[in-house]
Design a protein around this ligand. Sequence first.
Ligand code: MG
Length: 447
Amino acid sequence: MTGKRLFGTNGVRGVIGSGMTPMLALSIGLALGSMRTGNIAIGRDTRTSGPALANAVKAGLLATGCDVTDCGILPTPALQYLVQEHFAAGAMITASHNPPEYNGVKVIEPDGTEMGDEETIQLEARVLDEEVPLVAWNVTGRECKATHLVHEYTDAIVRSFPQGIGEGITVAIDPGCGAACETTPQILTRLGCRVFTINSQMDGNFPGRLPEPSPEGLLALGDLVRSTGAAFGIAHDGDADRAVFLDERGQFIEENQEFALIANQVCKERKGTVVMPVSTSRVVETIAHANGCDVRYTPVGSIYVARAMRALEKEGRSVALGGEGNGGIIYPDHQFCRDGGMTAAMMVSILARECTPVSKLVAALPEFFLIKDKITGTNPSAMIARVNAMFSAESIDRTDGIRINRADSWALVRPSGTEPLVRVIVESPRKEIADAFFGEIMQSLVQ
Ligand code: MG
């Protein structure tokens, strides 16, 4: 978003020693401490740089008079849940799905959502420009440790489902040595599932696979699914706000299809709006409409989805579900952030209800062909202007970049926030139409 220099849509992130240092973490702690009062919760994922950054953020908060509660290693949605229940704000030390050498800080607001653009710009100004006043020796903050609090998060998820809903269901879990090594196996075991795990020891070297749960990284999970006869496999990114799935044959389920499967379950019981970014496959919209729900599109980024969901609820409208087509799903009855543990539990409830193999549930979804590409160019805004001119006679949505909507197809062209390139997504129920549409877009981009 315009105006932000350090923070992206998911906080500050960088490679340890260059883009992210304990000195920067200290500045963020000081800046946040000067904007907030009260007790601030700190959590981290399993990265090796986590303790150094967490202690630096804590030092800044304590020196500006905030109290600090260290919640230890836990998923980002667990910290968000705890902040919403108990704290004045939160700081999560994580680089989510990025490789092991990265780390970052994500600031959590008292309602459990990630800090929005306006507040983040203020925070950045304090990090970059201002001398933050420190408090006197007799009013500095106090620290306490509360690594036990994470159970409140797992309890809340387990309570959301009927007792024993997972009985008779075998599940294979790959937390990727990240933040959900304890929580997701606990949640599914308590729901009654028989649970097998791989990469379930917390380890910031990520010896089993990278924190991004990509199909290539989940081959061992696929073996575990097949050898245990599991109904499905589940894997998280490093901080477990996302969950992705393998079917009972060990095949990766594309994340938009995952979103559609979950929407199909939720929208049967809960009518209202399904909220998602303009980059989401139309398979979700189709499923929402088929279940009597409507849809609302937002800019790309889970924070925009969460805030649109809250705004709709404030207007008195019912919100069924929110999410992105990357395995990050938001359940408004639980909390307004992406939650991988909750998504794992939701897949168990789908199987308990449907008694059909996951591969068959996926095969029953409407088929769409999705093309995703990145086009490098020195002047992305000129590229976007050319697309704008070329398709100006068509139905255009400018929520984020340019989305061209045709009868049964759509295309999204948006500039990257961080690199000299534009991202292109094209989708159609028919492959040849998707290919031709993509060709048209490419022609306008590479003139
Ligand atoms: Mg994440």
